[in-house]
Each structure stands twice: as structure tokens, then as C-alpha cells.
Design a protein around this ligand. Structure first.
Ligand code: ARG
Length: 458
């Protein structure tokens, strides 16, 4: 069959070229947005007197039928169509006759595809934001349960200072809040209607771009038609927001993998989110966390692929841009799946607080507090730091910890030490004393929880 676009060419392409050119296998997911856009276009054309009211009604009814039939499965996608736009127009014309051919007046697939992508990504951005909020809520709930559970906080993966497990989890809630901010910000710039830019130069018809944009719920219209059809920044912005989001999920996943290892044993992931080994009966593998970590690379790849595709393109539309879809769809689907798995995985994990506490008791993570004690008694911090280091070395040599070193031994290092030092190096007190804004004290963690909950519920 000759192509709908057969004009100067006979439209009889090689079948290999057809397959190569075709995007319907992946852009079919844009059908609802494509039909919504076409309905608004018909309404605008009628309101401007470019088509008649009756023609508009016939087109709208026809489109509504196609939408319903695609949803119900009564209508199948025709894979021999070049893309979703051609498919919808072809079915419309089959169903309502020549009037269907009027729909594409004052429009091009170039502005149509840009419109569909924007509509689609705005919907997906909302869905992803909802899933980020659900994960953030799950993490924050867990944090609340563990705002008093002591664990060693790490720097360089070396035990550093005592923190609560809740405080550590809340760090991830804060990251997710920023991800939400980035998604909202991206959506602002996606919320611009390209339709009416036509092929690249605008149109001679007396169209009303603002009306069409309003019908579709857009806040504004693209102010330059060449930019309108060739701007894919909104795809890149979403991809980079998703890449950063995945980086956060990956770091969290890495911690889950570490924490659930025999070396740490800080948490136990529920059986529902782990797998066994086919050969080693004792194994409980954190596959879901590892996969989230692994799929992060894939989303980075989607971002890099589209950046690279776009970098050398002259204005305006080029077919290269069809490559935006698989990258964006893959990233969106991947991120949604990861978020859906992460939330119940966190909610269902068991926190092994005794093991965390035991780990906190080893490793001299209260050494900073020992130095701070001497500072409190009047010693300059640098000297206090040095003496505390010597005490730690002495304890290590003699198999002691700071809590078990006797007072008279402490006095050998400095006459400033008194009985009250034990109070200051008690792990729970060390945590509780960190009352600075954003610190690990219970009050501070409670404040963080309140802030995060208010942010995700507004
Ligand atoms: N399938 C195309 C895409 O995804 C639609 C736009 C095609 N426009 C054109 N002039 N060939 O980019």
C-alpha cells in the first residue's frame, strides 16, 4: 500500500526500510495522548472556522471510538503503520471517511509528536512523583521506629560516630525530597505546548494556539516554532532527574546489601524481597537491592544516549529525534519498577538493633566525645584530640574500650578527667548531645520526620 505521505515519491519503500523507519512498536503507548491532542486540534480548527462544526463532531466521535476500542482491546495496532500518529489517522479515515483526512490541517507530525511526548511525560512525572512519595513515606516510617536505635555512623566506611538508624535513614528521605523538587521543576518546562508550530515554520491558517494549549491543560505555548518542534530538553531534564533519583536508590541499595551481609548483620530483608541460591542452601541474596543498583547504569545510559543523539542535530526536526522515545520510555519504566520494589522492601525489613548497638560499642566511635570532654574542661581542641588519640591507642593495645578504661588510668593522660567523663562517652548520650540543627539527636530526627511528612503531604 502506498504511504499516506506519498507525494513526490511513489511511497513504495523497501520493506527493510519500513521496518527500520517504523516506531509504532514503541510509540503505540502514546495513543491516549495522541488522541487527546487530536480532539483538541479538531476543536480549535472548528472554532476558527477551518473545519465545520459537523466535521469536528464526526472527527471527535471517531477518535473517541478509537480510544475506547484501543483501551478495550477491540482494536489492534497495525504494525505496518509507520507510527502511532499515522495509525490513528488511518483508522479514523477508515471509520468516518474523507472528513478524517481534514484532521491534519494546520498540523504536522513534527509538532504532533512533540505534543504527545510532553503530554505523556507530564502524566508519567506525576506518577513517578507519587511513587517517590510512597518510598519516602516508607523510609520515614522506618526512621521513626528507629530514632533511638544506635548504630555506628561511617566515613570512609570506617566507624566514625554514633548515629541513630533513624537519622541515617532520614538522609535518604531528604534526597528523595530533592528528587521531588527536580521532578516538579522539570514538569514546569515540559508544560509548554508545541502544537501549532506545524512542520517548522508555523502555518498560514488562522489557528489559535493558545486555545488549543488551554484545551490540553498547558500553561503556555512555545514561542518559536522551530524550537517548538525540535526542543527535547524536557526529555533530557526528566532523564537527568531520573538518573539522579536512581543514583540515590542505588546508594540506598548498596547500604541494604552491606547491612544485610554477615559482616554487618544490621538488617534482615524479608523473604519476599530476597532470593535463595540454586547451589548454596544457606544463601539469602539481596537480589532486588542489587538489581536497583544495577539498573541505575541503564538509566544513566538512557540519558547519555539521548544527549548524544541530540548533540549534532541542525534545526529543526530530524528523524534522529525518534530515538528519544525508547530512551525515555525505558528510563520511566525502569524507575517506576525500582520505586515500586524499594518501598515494600524497606517497609518489610527487620532492623537488628542489638547487632547495630554491638557494632557501635566497638571501634571507638565516642573518641570525638572524649576529646570534647577535655575541651569542656578547658583544654584546646588540638591538644585534646592528641591525648584522646593516645588513649584510644592504649585501649587498643590492652584490649579495652573507652568505657572500660579505669579513671586512674585516664588521669595518667590528663588531670582534667573526672568520674563524669563516663557520662559523656556513653553512646546514647553521645547521640543525644548532638542537638545541632540536622544532628542525630532524637529531637532533631523528630523534626526532620515532621518536615518530610509535611513536604510529601502537601
Ligand atoms: N515517529 C516520528 C518520531 O517519533 C514522528 C514524527 C515524524 N515526522 C516526520 N516528519 N517524519 O519522531
Amino acid at each position: 500500500m502506498a504511504k499516506m505521505w506519498a507525494g513526490v515519491t511513489d511511497g513504495k519503500t523497501d520493506s527493510l526500510a519500513d521496518d527500520f523507519n517504523s516506531s509504532i512498536s514503541f510509540d503505540k503507548c502514546l495513543y491516549a495522548q495522541d488522541i487527546k491532542g487530536s480532539m483538541a486540534h479538531a476543536a480549535m480548527l472548528a472554532s476558527q472556522g477551518i473545519i465545520s462544526r459537523e466535521e469536528c463532531d464526526a472527527i471527535t466521535e471517531g477518535l473517541r471510538g478509537i480510544l475506547e476500542d484501543l483501551k478495550s482491546g477491540a482494536l489492534q495496532f497495525d504494525m505496518s503503520c509507520e507510527d502511532i500518529h499515522m495509525f490513528v489517522e488511518q483508522v479514523l479515515t477508515e471509520r468516518i471517511g474523507d472528513t478524517g483526512k481534514k484532521l491534519h490541517t494546520a498540523r504536522s507530525r513534527n509538532d504532533q509528536v512533540a505534543l504527545d511526548m510532553r503530554l505523556y511525560l507530564m502524566d508519567e512525572t506525576d506518577e513517578i512523583a507519587g511513587l517517590v512519595k510512597a518510598l519516602c513515606a516508607a523510609i520515614t516510617d522506618k526512621a521513626e521506629q528507629h530514632k533511638e536505635s544506635i548504630m555506628p555512623g561511617y566515613t570512609h566506611l570506617q566507624r566514625a560516630q554514633p548515629v541513630s538508624f533513624g537519622h541515617s535513614l532520614m538522609a535518604y528521605s531528604m534526597m528523595l525530597l530533592r528528587d521531588l523538587g527536580r521532578l516538579a521543576d522539570t514538569k514546569k518546562r515540559t508544560n509548554v505546548s508545541p502544537i501549532g508550530s506545524c512542520a517548522l515554520a508555523g502555518t498560514t491558517y488562522d489557528t489559535d494556539r493558545k486555545m488549543e494549549a488551554e484545551l490540553l491543560g498547558f500553561e503556555s505555548i512555545a514561542l518559536n516554532s522551530m524550537d517548538g518542534v525540535s526542543d527535547r530538553d524536557f526529555c533530557l531534564e526528566l532523564l537527568s532527574a531520573l538518573a539522579i533519583l536512581m543514583m540515590h536508590l542505588s546508594r540506598l541499595s548498596e547500604e541494604l546489601v552491606l547491612w544485610s551481609s554477615w559482616e554487618f548483620r544490621f538488617i534482615r530483608l524479608s523473604d519476599a524481597f530476597t532470593t535463595g541460591s540454586s547451589i548454596m542452601p544457606q544463601k539469602k541474596n539481596p537480589d532486588m537491592a542489587e538489581l536497583i543498583r544495577g539498573k541505575t547504569g541503564r538509566v544513566y545510559g538512557d540519558l547519555m544516549a539521548l544527549l548524544t543523539t541530540l548533540k549534532g542535530l541542525p534545526l529543526a526536526y530530524n528523524k534522529d529525534m525518534q530515538e528519544d522515545k525508547e530512551a525515555v520510555f525505558d528510563a520511566v519504566d525502569t524507575v517506576k519498577m525500582c520505586l515500586k520494589v524499594a518501598a515494600p522492601m524497606i517497609a518489610s525489613m527487620t532492623v537488628l538493633t542489638d547487632n547495630m548497638k554491638k557494632a557501635a560499642q566497638e571501634g571507638f566511635i565516642n573518641a570525638t566525645d572524649l576529646a570534647d570532654y577535655l575541651v569542656k574542661k578547658g583544654m584546646p581542641f588540638r591538644s585534646a584530640y592528641k591525648i584522646s588519640g593516645e588513649i584510644v591507642a592504649h585501649c587498643m593495645k590492652n584490649g579495652l574500650v573507652l568505657e572500660t578504661l579505669a579513671l586512674d588510668e585516664y588521669k595518667q593522660f590528663s588531670g582534667l578527667f573526672e568520674e563524669d567523663l563516663y557520662e559523656d562517652i556513653d553512646l546514647k548520650n553521645c547521640m543525644e548531645k548532638r542537638i545541632s540543627e540536622g544532628g542525630t539527636s532524637v529531637a532533631s530526627v523528630e523534626k526532620q520526620i515532621k518536615f518530610v511528612r509535611a513536604s510529601i503531604n502537601d
